[in-house]
Design a protein around this ligand. Structure first.
Ligand SMILES: [Fe+2]
Length: 264
């Protein structure tokens, strides 16, 4: 099974630029075209939050217009730039999304079980899950301790070392870590939010953050670094699952490359 991941497209209303300078709508469309152009068609696409920038209905209308061109099944989770109720309304036809409350869900119709945890706290930018959500996760993971499972949530449950991102991190990771560690069959924890690829061993599995299809957060590690982002090489991720070989995660850059050159 090939699972693609697109994150943090930060779509804007038609004709408006992200941060006033970046055409995030066009870049989202390019990310979708990139998936269609891969030499192996993904079986499923995961969109790991910040689908839009300001949580506005006219932004979600743009997201749906562009996603209408995606000819691969997809699942969505919200990020801190999404607005829960506008998000829910925009994806009202997605039956896996709960009708009320936090947007936790489990989709168990593929060779890999997909568990989605809503790490957003309405009105705030940092992440966390309340006791009810954690209890839901524990029950959901306990229900199948064998099938390979992907857990996705917007906020990575670790310190990135980039100070202006860590101010908006998933704050209290210990209860979540205990639940995931107890499961034993979580192949990967997939996140967005930090607009960069990062890896960390965590809770007996691997946490992996996906690049944004739009901008990169500047890689600055000094404690007093000023917040910055830039237009780098946009990307998505491809998670290749095979029962014999496990899960391998690739970054797939979007856009033209030099080459091909002879393989050596
Ligand atoms: Fe984002």
């Amino acid at each position: 099974m090939l699972i693609a991941q697109i994150s943090d497209p930060h779509v804007r209303p038609a004709g408006q630029l992200y941060q006033g300078v970046v055409d995030s709508n066009r870049m989202f469309e390019e990310a979708i075209a990139h998936l269609h152009g891969l030499d192996r068609r993904p079986d499923l696409v995961l969109l790991t939050g910040d689908l839009v920038d300001e949580g506005r209905p006219d932004e979600y209308a743009e997201v749906r217009t562009r996603l209408a061109k995606l000819d691969i099944p997809y699942l969505v989770i919200a990020g801190n730039h999404d607005e829960r109720e506008n998000f829910r309304a925009a994806f009202a036809d997605h039956a896996y999304l709960p009708r009320t409350g936090a947007l936790h869900y489990c989709v168990d119709e593929h060779p890999v079980r997909i568990v989605a945890l809503d790490s957003c706290i309405p009105g705030l930018h940092h992440g966390g899950v309340d006791a009810e959500g954690l209890a839901w996760l524990q029950r959901t993971l306990q229900a199948d301790r064998k099938k390979p499972t992907l857990l996705m949530l917007h906020h990575p449950p670790f310190m990135s070392g980039i100070p202006y991102m860590d101010a908006y991190r998933y704050m209290d990771t210990a209860p979540l870590e205990a639940i995931v560690r107890g499961a034993g069959n979580v192949e990967r924890v997939l996140c967005g939010h930090v607009h960069r690829t990062m890896l960390r061993r965590w809770a007996g599995t691997v946490v992996c953050s996906c690049p944004s299809s739009t901008t990169e957060i500047a890689l600055q590690l000094k404690a007093d670094a000023a917040p910055a982002s830039y237009l780098g090489r946009p990307g998505c991720m491809l998670h290749l699952w095979d029962e014999a070989h496990g899960m391998v995660s690739h970054v797939s850059h979007i856009g033209a490359m030099a080459g091909p050159y002879p393989f050596a």
